[in-house]
Write a protein that binds this ligand. Structure first.
Ligand SMILES: Nc1ncnc2c1ncn2[C@@H]1O[C@H](COP(=O)(O)OP(=O)(O)O)[C@@H](O)[C@H]1O
Ligand SMILES: [Mg+2]
Length: 328
């Protein structure tokens, strides 16, 4: 019996940070949630943190890049890409009055080289920008965005991204850096507003890595996690009542011949392959649930991949389905 999903839906948070190894479907989940949230009347900001933009074109294949300035792609849905160097330039120009100096320093190749190698600042400055975006207000005082969705960097463990503010606020005693780190730390460790959403695949390695991520999150970082998304799960291959179709085919007389079809042995092997793929996926969905102790939200494998808004809506429905069923 799968664990029930938490009563609080994904769209009721202020900040959802989607994490997972590259290729697990993080960006697709972010884009799907963004669409679902906008359709539900939320004002959403999607922040990508990778070197390239993917979300805007998933939402609208013809759209030009949105960049650091961001753009409203459809009513209520704004997307941006947080480039750490641009965020640093913005931060410094807010802190230091001499603007020309900041941009000269940031353009200096020696400085860039130094910063490329320096640890931690990217995470802090990126989350700092997210914090800043979360403070935005509309005329009248309502928040500019009801929901901020962050596509966390795939490098290393999603954990480094979230652990830097804690490390900085414990290592630095005073000053603006300390203040920023503490604000970010408060935001991401507030379980009422922030949720980390891990995306995994139902395979051995991603399953183990997700279990480890969740354990370390609980022990070290203190960011709320209340479910795991398991993406691209193979649906049952045969209709109800025919779950053992491969075995039935294997029992057919070997000499049976249907024009245009291979013999029964080959058909049985194909069916057995489909069934084992589904079984393997189901096994690791169960394993992730057991290892993390968290409810699982499964998303179906889409045979053609995620091509555009229609596919995103299929994923969005699956992402919100259990919450909707509970609310009913
Ligand atoms: N449920 C799914 N079914 C089929 N293909 C998927 C699914 N989710 C993602 N994909 C495909 O997998 C690839 C990686 O997805 P993406 O969302 O970019 O992952 P990530 O951001 O974690 O690297 C893309 O080609 C995408 O179309
Ligand atoms: Mg991605």
């Amino acid at each position: 019996m799968p664990l029930p999903l938490p009563r609080r839906g994904l769209l009721e948070r202020r900040l959802v940070i989607v994490t997972g190894k590259g290729g697990t479907g993080k960006t697709s989940v972010v884009a799907a949630l963004a669409r679902a949230a906008a359709q539900a009347g939320r004002r959403v900001l999607v922040a990508e943190t990778g070197r390239e933009e993917h979300v805007p074109r998933l939402l609208d294949p013809a759209t030009p890049p949105v960049g650091y300035a961001g753009r409203e792609l459809q009513p209520g849905l704004t997307a941006m890409r947080i480039d750490p160097f641009e965020a640093l330039a913005e931060y410094l120009s807010l802190q230091l009055p001499v603007r020309g100096l900041v941009s000269r320093v940031l353009r200096n190749p020696g400085f860039r080289q130094l910063m490329e190698a320096a640890p931690g600042w990217r995470e802090l400055i990126t989350l700092g920008k997210v914090w800043h975006m979360a403070q935005g207000r509309r005329p009248g005082g309502a928040p500019e965005f009801d929901l901020l969705l962050v596509d966390a960097p795939a490098t290393g463990h999603g954990l480094t991204f979230l652990d830097v503010p804690r490390v900085v606020s414990s290592a630095v005693r005073a000053g603006p850096l300390r203040r920023n780190a503490s604000l970010v730390q408060q935001m991401i460790t507030d379980p009422d507003s922030t949720l980390l959403l891990p995306v995994a695949l139902a395979e051995e390695l991603p399953a183990r890595e997700t279990a480890e991520l969740v354990q370390r999150l609980r022990e070290e970082v203190g960011v709320a996690v209340d479910r795991v998304v398991v993406n691209a799960v193979t649906p049952p291959p045969f209709p109800p009542g025919l779950e053992d179709l491969d075995e039935r085919l294997a029992r057919l007389p070997a000499e049976l011949h249907v024009p245009g079809l291979p013999g029964p042995r080959t058909l049985a092997r194909c069916a057995a392959h489909l069934r084992s793929r589904h079984r393997l996926n189901a096994h690791y969905v169960g394993a992730i649930e057991a290892w993390t102790g968290l409810p699982i939200c499964t998303l179906p494998l889409l045979p053609q991949g995620v091509r555009g808004p229609e596919d995103l809506d299929r994923l969005g429905t699956a992402l919100l389905e259990p919450a909707a069923a509970e609310a009913a």
